[in-house]
Design a protein around this ligand. Structure first.
Ligand code: MN
Length: 269
């Protein structure tokens, strides 16, 4: 595994994303995370630590806790381990948009040989995140997924091994709660997309937005407007921070629980 493809797509003089150093994992505890990424389309990047990098799948609709709901997961290039803590704004280039650390924790493979499971296209894993827990499976479809049929050989979904499904196994953590609706915010900062953008540069896309039309375009328009209002409110002298506003990007790497609904932030003296 290497990070050539990851690095090739990015200009690290222009993006705040890490260039990456390959490290060997220590012990059996492996990191996992899900990054909610608003770019040309909204999607959720599902990442599992293995052999010093993050194996990565882009899940357009995000994970579902319902075992009957199979979610398309497109295998993408491995990412550096430290990418798993990244949250912020990618101003331009590959993946331009906003990345939110939506969930993180540890994972355990349910079989001894992860490489064999990946080769077979059937990776069972137990997740211990803040939002996602219990037993899951990533299963390669060989392009049999109806919504993912490509054109000729090598096209996505035509059997090139990129098309997988993310499925929850039935256990005490499965159910019909829509987890992406129920818990939409960051586990790192507690904020939503507009808070992440407000903490950066709300005016970054005045001319060239990552998405113009469709759902993603509408989301960007609303988020940019709210981020500008948040920034203006914060900058005005004598203005108290908006109740419930996200704190400035957290620097601690220690996990903390996702914020509980209606919990008010205590003002420090
Ligand atoms: Mn992405």
């Amino acid at each position: 595994m290497a990070l050539e493809e990851y690095r090739k797509k990015r200009d690290f003089t222009k993006t705040p994303e890490p260039a990456g150093v390959i490290k060997q994992p220590k012990g059996a505890e492996r990191f996992f995370c899900v990054q909610k990424h608003l770019a040309s389309h909204l999607h959720y990047d599902f990442r599992l630590e293995h052999n010093g990098v993050l194996l990565s799948w882009a899940v357009p609709k995000g994970p579902s806790l319902d075992p009957k709901t199979k979610r398309l997961a497109m295998k993408v290039e491995d990412h550096p381990l430290e990418y798993g803590e990244f949250e912020g704004v990618i101003p331009e280039g590959y993946g331009a948009g906003i990345v939110m650390l939506w969930d993180r924790g540890t994972w355990t493979p349910e079989a001894d040989d992860v490489d064999a499971a990946l080769k077979k296209g059937d990776l069972k894993c137990t997740l211990n995140g803040y939002k996602l827990k219990g037993s899951w499976v990533l299963v390669r479809t060989g392009g049999r997924y109806p919504g993912a049929r490509g054109g000729g050989a090598g096209a996505p979904g035509s059997g090139d091994g990129r098309t997988w499904l993310l499925i929850k196994h039935r256990d005490e953590w499965s159910g019909d709660l829509d987890i992406t609706e129920f818990a939409p915010k960051s586990v790192k900062s507690g904020g939503d997309f507009e808070d992440i953008l407000a903490a950066d540069t709300p005016a970054v896309w005045q001319s060239n937005r990552p998405a113009k039309g469709g759902d993603a375009g509408a989301m960007f328009a609303a988020i940019i407007e709210r981020a500008a209002a948040l920034k203006a409110g914060r900058a005005a002298p004598g203005n108290a921070p908006r109740r419930g506003a996200a704190p400035k990007a957290a620097t601690s790497s220690k996990p903390k629980p996702a914020p509980k609904p209606r919990q008010s932030r205590k003002t420090r003296p």
